[in-house]
Design a protein around this ligand. Sequence first.
Ligand SMILES: [Zn+2]
Length: 214
Amino acid sequence: MSDDHRVLLLGPPGAGKGTQSDRLAAEYGLDVITTGDALRNNKQMDISDLGLEYDTPGEYMDRGELVPDAVVNEIVVSALADADGFVLDGYPRNLDQAEYLSEQTALDYVFLLEVPEAELIDRLTGRRVCAACGETFHVDFDPPEEPGVCDVDGGELVQREDDTEETVRERLRVYEDETAPVVDHYRERDVLVEVSGEGTPDDVFDRLVSQIES
Ligand SMILES: [Zn+2]
């Protein structure tokens, strides 16, 4: 198996990017690179040459401030350079980041996981979390033995604020606004492959593998 695939997964919240990134990484020996991990691993990186307000990413993060694109770009691209092959999940999230990435790194595959909005809403609003231990369930896809009760410790299962229908619709709208230009960026470069994200995780994984191996 080649281990130098450079893969980008795009798709809305609930499309299964995290699951599929992990599976592709395991199948092909790739690193999963997310903006959050890259930032956490480089909190003390010297970015004073960028001429911004702070000299390290950690100073933004510790203050709860948005880390500027210039910093995110530098950190993610250096993480990519250190990997033999990678799956990028959650970056680029806007057109500026996508344009920077295209200048720095060639990608072998850009996949867009497509799931109808109604199914995304079902997936995201059905999530329940144990108030005691944090174990997650899904009312349809991964139900507990007894509705509303954690299988692990009998704790109460609750819906997080993030997973209510109103919040989910807002998250999807924000995704659409930010990411539509990113999708267009790759479509214009003729590298975008649209893959159905419907069905089970196995179904989706098989579709991705068959694209990589075709
Ligand atoms: Zn529990």
